[in-house]
Design a protein around this ligand. Structure first.
Ligand code: SF4
Ligand code: SF4
Length: 206
């Protein structure tokens, strides 16, 4: 296997590198191992290099997904970003009857939070939270640049989905499949909410 040294010493280098990622992950570099030499010690770029060195497409997508999720979690932990949950109610719900924050309309919610690991949801922050904290943005997560344009669009918009199905959609890399899955998820959530409302009515003797 050939090797290619990637030198990132300043912002100009990193911008140039980001513009070339699509070609580095193409068939041309299938048998090339990338080695990072950087003076701008940036952990985000080492994970990008790691992703480029995974030559199997499915394994690379899995790695990108997990790495991006852990970067978001790590950022939230370091910056102490907090939805201020009290008795199941987030800061937006303290004076309402609603519970479970922005997961309240999703079939994947539980009393312990999300039963899956959805990257789109992890990147959602309501206005109130945005006002209080400097939250991480899609473009801050450099490793997402290793995804195709279609998959980057999917990552921005694929709420209410399990991690397993999310990854399957990314493997297929198709906007048409993604759109069909969005409609299916809306129907599944509708059925879930209908059942919940029916149970509440029964419990109240209605
Ligand atoms: S992002 Fe906003 S609405 Fe969603 S759980 Fe946090 S505080 Fe609540
Ligand atoms: S998939 Fe998203 S909306 Fe649904 S429970 Fe998980 S985080 Fe909440």
């Amino acid at each position: 296997m050939k090797t290619k040294i990637i030198k990132l010493n300043n912002k100009v280098d990193t911008k140039k590198f980001e513009r070339k990622i699509w070609i580095y992950k193409s068939i041309i570099y299938k048998r090339t191992k990338f080695i990072l030499e950087d003076n701008v010690k940036n952990i985000n770029y080492s994970s990008v290099i790691e992703a480029l060195n995974i030559k199997n497409r499915i394994k690379r997508i899995n790695y990108i997904y997990d790495k991006a999720c852990s970067e978001i979690d790590e950022y939230n932990k370091i910056k102490h970003i907090d939805c201020e949950f009290k008795n199941g109610k987030c800061m937006n719900q303290h004076n309402t009857k609603r519970i479970n924050g922005c997961c309240r309309l999703c079939r994947l919610q539980s009393s312990h939070g999300c039963t899956s690991q959805n990257i789109t949801c992890k990147l959602f922050f309501c206005d109130q939270l945005e006002k209080k904290y400097k939250t991480i943005k899609f473009n801050d997560i450099k490793i997402l640049k290793c995804l195709s344009l279609t998959n980057r669009i999917i990552v921005r918009d694929n709420y209410f989905e399990t991690k397993e199905n999310f990854l399957r959609t990314l493997y297929l890399n198709s906007i048409i499949v993604f759109s069909i899955k969005v409609v299916i998820n809306i129907i599944k959530n509708g059925v879930y909410l209908h059942k919940i409302r029916k149970n509440i009515t029964k419990e109240n003797g209605g």
